[in-house]
Design a protein around this ligand. Structure first.
Ligand code: DX5
Ligand code: ZN
Length: 219
């Protein structure tokens, strides 16, 4: 699988999305990770599909939308129209994860499925053939800047093994607490898409900071 870096816009300056998207673009990162939070599935509130539609005018990068939202199937059309490329939804947030993933694909987006640190990896087993991307949370969702949860690595290993055994094609993404050390452990466990929020944006030179992550992956 090809390694991809996904800067999280959650850690950017919300009053300057256009500039922040240009800064992300200049790093050579492949994705922009966009965290949608509804104040119910997670305590925090971020922004919705209309903001994503506005961002779309300022970036050609892949929009990797991570919905931390109750019943995310309600927003499939809105995100498709906003220009989302990948829509990733939590198994914990809907009673109909299978149908919701089908709906995402039918709307022309890539379908991602995600589990919280407290959710057994077995919850993903029924939807492996539908998933274009599996996201293993490496922090509890809701906020940037939290410490990496190493126990999540076993789940990454499990979904990587399932992919090999079952000839599935999904990417494996990790999100939360990634830096130039933890990213390597995620790679070794089998992940290939790496979300970076606070580690990236704490630097003034985003391009150099992305390079430290790529160097860690190549080490
Ligand atoms: C957390 C979000 C993450 C967050 C990661 O709920 O899903 O995408 O932006 O931020 P860091 O890299 O700071 O842990
Ligand atoms: Zn996220």
């Amino acid at each position: 699988m090809i390694n991809k870096i996904a800067p999280s816009i959650l850690a950017a300056d919300y009053a300057n999305f256009a500039t922040e998207l240009q800064r992300i673009d200049a790093t050579g990162a492949e994705y922009v990770h966009i965290d949608i939070m509804d104040g119910q599935f997670v305590p925090n509130i971020s922004f919705g599909a209309d903001v994503v539609a506005s961002m779309r005018k300022h970036s050609k990068l892949v929009f990797d939308c991570h919905l931390m939202v109750v019943n995310p199937e309600r927003y499939v059309e809105a995100f498709a129209q906003a220009g989302a490329d990948i829509m990733t939804i939590h198994v914990e947030a809907t009673q109909h994860i299978h149908g919701a993933l089908q709906k995402i694909k039918a709307a022309g987006m890539k379908a991602g499925v995600v589990i919280n640190p407290g959710t057994p990896v077995a919850a993903l087993a029924p939807v492996l053939s539908l998933a274009d991307q599996i996201l293993i949370m490496t922090v509890n969702p809701g906020f940037g800047g939290q410490a990496f949860i190493p126990e999540a690595l076993d789940k990454v290993k499990t979904v990587a093994a399932w992919r090999q055994e079952g000839n599935y094609r999904y990417d494996i993404e990790v999100d939360g607490g990634l830096d130039n050390h933890t990213i390597k452990a995620c790679l070794e466990a089998g992940a290939n898409i790496f979300v970076t929020g606070s580690y990236l944006f704490k630097a003034s030179d985003l391009t150099a900071q992305v390079q430290t992550l790529r160097d860690a992956l190549d080490d």
